[in-house]
Design a protein around this ligand. Structure first.
Ligand SMILES: NC(=O)c1ccc[n+]([C@@H]2O[C@H](COP(=O)([O-])OP(=O)(O)OC[C@H]3O[C@@H](n4cnc5c(N)ncnc54)[C@H](OP(=O)(O)O)[C@@H]3O)[C@@H](O)[C@H]2O)c1
Length: 290
């Protein structure tokens, strides 16, 4: 039976990026829909779940994307509510690459060192990527500081993680200047910079000033970098005794994970690939036992 991936994008135009990855993942047919909302998705999901017999439904799957992760989350929730009994298809949610990027970043770090018990700090932790990176660090039993320019926002992000990860050790912090960010980073062994494109949190020379730092991951691919000492191409490059990854250094694993997740949707009709399941795939792809 031919595989069909149905792309539901919350933006008006379905993402070209996600379409290319779907083709590269080997899907036979790709149906792309833009401007999909929880209010308009039910009929489209019925088209996916009522056309093939239960035994063949594993050859149909849904991908949820778009630029707004919160819209993607709401859409994925509605899609799963539409299913019943065996009448379901596998679903992956990766709006704006939020899950695959966070998963690849933390799996890259895990490849270098155990995160259990370390102090980790996430800069730009309130965005879709930063929030998920912080969640995965908490899953790895790191103590995680979530940084925003506004304490209220980092506190809300911490509350979200506490709901998702039992026993999560997270704390909220606020910083607006490079000096404040650098002071907060002291005595953290892991930094993940996940600020908006082009936002520099730590200027050149900062890495060597942060006591105890072992790992720095900067996900910002748009110059200037989020951590000026880390270049976008860095992939496990040691600088001032710190292992560094840049956005493109993480990007290779991210792309592999995205393709493998799409391919795995067709192994059964009941997969739900969101942050944790995508992280499990990233660990596997990176050759790490979870
Ligand atoms: N390598 C890859 O494959 C890949 C894939 C996807 C995304 N990315 C990159 O990952 C990063 C995170 O993505 P995202 O979508 O989560 O980012 P985002 O939502 O655009 O921004 C993340 C956070 O950055 C903070 N921020 C925004 N403007 C700021 C400013 N002027 N100064 C300081 N902080 C600021 C905001 O936090 P507060 O308002 O709470 O301070 C915001 O929540 C981006 O740089 C993106 O380009 C990389």
């Amino acid at each position: 039976m031919k595989t069909i991936l149905i792309q539901f994008d919350t933006d008006a135009q379905p993402s070209v990026f996600d379409r290319v990855v779907a083709v590269d993942a080997g899907v036979d047919h790709l149906f792309s829909y833009g401007g999909v909302t929880p209010e308009t998705v039910t009929g489209l999901v019925h088209g996916a779940m009522f056309t093939r017999g239960p035994g063949d439904l594993k050859s149909t799957a849904i991908f949820v994307g778009g630029s707004q992760a919160s819209d993607g989350e709401a859409l994925a929730k509605k899609i799963q509510k539409t299913f019943f009994g065996p009448m379901r298809v596998s679903v992956m949610m990766d709006s704006n690459g939020c899950n695959t990027t966070a998963a690849a970043a933390i799996a890259s770090g895990r490849k270098q060192l155990s995160l259990n018990g370390l102090n980790a700090i996430v800069l730009g932790a309130t965005g879709p990527v930063g929030l998920r990176a912080a969640e995965l660090l908490a899953v790895e039993k790191a103590t995680v500081t979530l940084v925003s320019r506004t304490l209220e926002r980092s506190e809300a992000a911490c509350a979200t993680i506490r709901q998702k990860v039992e026993g999560a050790s997270v704390k909220a912090a606020a910083a607006s200047t490079a000096e404040e960010v650098e002071a907060l980073c002291q005595n953290h062994q892991v930094i993940v910079a996940a600020g908006a494109a082009g936002v520099c949190f730590l200027p050149e020379g900062s890495l060597r000033k942060i006591a105890g730092l072992k790992l720095a991951i900067d996900l910002n691919a748009v110059p200037p970098n989020g951590i000026a000492d880390v270049s976008a191409m860095d992939k496990a490059v040691e600088k001032s005794g710190v292992i560094c990854y840049g956005a493109l250094g993480v990007g290779g694993l991210k792309m592999k994970v995205h393709r493998q997740c799409i391919a795995s949707l067709f192994e059964s009709n009941d997969r739900v690939l969101e942050t944790r399941a995508i992280y499990a795939q990233a660990l596997k792809t990176a050759g790490i036992e979870s």
